[in-house]
Design a protein around this ligand. Structure first.
Ligand code: PMP
Length: 441
């Protein structure tokens, strides 16, 4: 564990709590963003002297920068075992931008999108603009109902369709059975897009779905959830499915232009108009190199052990309600949502932060319909909040791990949760009106 910790920035940052005590901050909010790796920051720094605008210059630096930018595509593709004759790698800002781009320019004329009820808004709202959407149901613990997916695929058998699902949920951590989903897509002739924002950083992903008759047609993910800094996302997509013109047009996307004529350049450049984020690409490819050198298998094993340990410790605390599949970590990434009965989720999160220096996330995690389903809130009740915006928002508290988190940190968390659950009234009164932290300049 000490070795893992030494790889990331700020794993042992000391902070002062509002009551004055100094503690080592604990970050259990890795599903939102992971801290950058030290090796990534070093590689970005080492690369800085070679920094130059790519694809435009004959200068040494420009050509070297272009080489790094282009060769990183292969490294990223290899990470998910993609074949470059079938797939292209497009750099974007993040998962959200990637899915929007595909929704508006690749699948904008499809008859129906089979989205699921567990999606992050980034894999739901972009489809609503141009397409008919059907939401595949989830069960009471948040797993995709495969019979409902099959029923919907059957209903739209003759239509042009896409199944757009997350690889793993950012709320419950549930991993979708992509091999089975791939088989269903193959049988009913549907394309498959996987939002890999939570899956790619935490599991080994093979875009070819080797145990399935189908394959992933589009895989999208974000660098900032896999130990690179913000600003780089990836689309890995089937070359034959992109269409012209691209959604975003401009310099770099063309071979030749007159006032009346545009000749678009080929993939991937045609999808990357404008000066690209070279340093972001250097950072993401560096993060992937480090993850590979640690080995994804090691990462998966460690994070699963932490998840099992936490589930087991939380399940014996009276007054703690766990959501999602409770039993074990086998089909989930390292995300655990919970509530302490009788305490609003945001108050629990504040107590953990202000009393223990433990960072978690609370709320609906940009997946309102999914949280609504898990908490069994009727739609009319959800929608009343539009009329009465001051009503408290429903939600949960979310713990999410990175490979550098430790069992000792989990002990600190679960001891704190135990204390809060036993002294609910005391803590509620202390923190119910707590303001956000104030940082003197
Ligand atoms: N999908 C899932 C499953 C996510 O967890 C997130 C990030 N919370 C996103 C999409 C959006 O990612 P980004 O904010 O990097 O665009």
């Amino acid at each position: 564990p000490q070795f893992y910790r030494s790889l990331v920035m700020g794993a042992d940052t000391k902070i002062q709590l509002p009551k004055g005590r100094f503690v080592t901050a604990i970050n259990f909010d890795n599903a939102a963003t992971t801290p950058p790796l030290k090796s990534v920051l070093k590689e970005v720094n080492d690369f800085a002297p070679w920094y130059s605008s790519i694809h435009r210059g004959t200068g040494y630096k420009s050509q070297f920068s272009s080489h790094i930018y282009e060769s990183s595509r292969n490294l990223i593709l290899e990470f998910v075992n993609g074949d470059s004759s079938l797939y292209t790698v497009i750099y974007v800002k993040n998962t959200t931008e990637g899915i929007n781009k595909i929704a508006y320019s690749v699948f904008n004329d499809y008859d129906v999108i089979l989205c699921s009820s567990m999606e992050h808004h980034s894999n739901d709202l972009p489809w609503r603009k141009n397409n008919r959407i059907e939401y595949v149901e989830v069960d009471e613990v948040g797993r995709l109902k495969l019979d409902d997916l099959e029923g919907k695929l059957k209903r739209y058998k003759a239509n042009k369709k896409l199944v757009a699902v997350s690889g793993a949920s950012n709320v419950t951590g549930v991993i979708n059975p992509l091999n089975i989903i791939g088989d269903l897509c193959y049988t009913y002739n549907s394309k498959l897009l996987v939002d890999g924002a939570q899956l790619v950083p935490h599991e080994t992903v093979d875009i070819n779905l080797p145990s399935s008759k189908g394959r992933i047609d589009f895989l999208v993910f974000s660098g900032h959830k896999m130990y690179a800094p913000f600003g780089t996302g990836i689309i890995i997509g089937r070359r034959d499915l992109f269409k012209e013109p691209p959604l975003i047009t401009g310099g770099g996307a063309v071979d030749l232009v007159t006032h009346h004529y545009i000749k678009w350049t080929g993939l991937p450049g045609v999808e990357e108009a404008g000066t690209p984020n070279l340093m972001g690409v250097v950072a993401l490819s560096s993060a992937i190199k480090t993850l590979k050198s640690i080995s994804m298998k090691e990462i998966v094993n460690h994070e699963k052990a932490l998840t099992d340990y936490t589930l087991q410790r939380l399940s014996i605390i009276e007054g703690v309600e766990l959501y999602g599949p409770k039993s074990d970590s086998s089909n989930r990434v390292a995300i655990i949502p919970f509530n302490i009965q009788g305490l609003p989720h945001e108050v629990t999160a504040k107590i953990l932060s202000y009393e223990g220096g433990i960072a978690v996330r609370s709320g609906c995690f940009c997946a309102h319909p999914y949280v609504q389903r898990l908490l069994e809130i009727p739609t009319a009740e959800m929608e009343r909040r539009i009329q009465y915006p001051h009503m408290p928002h429903p939600g949960m508290v979310r713990i999410s791990f990175g490979f550098y988190n430790t069992h000792r940190e989990v002990d600190q968390l679960t001891e704190m949760i135990h204390k809060i659950a036993e002294n609910k009234g005391y803590y509620y009164n202390l923190y119910k009106d707590a303001e956000d932290l104030y940082f003197p300049s």
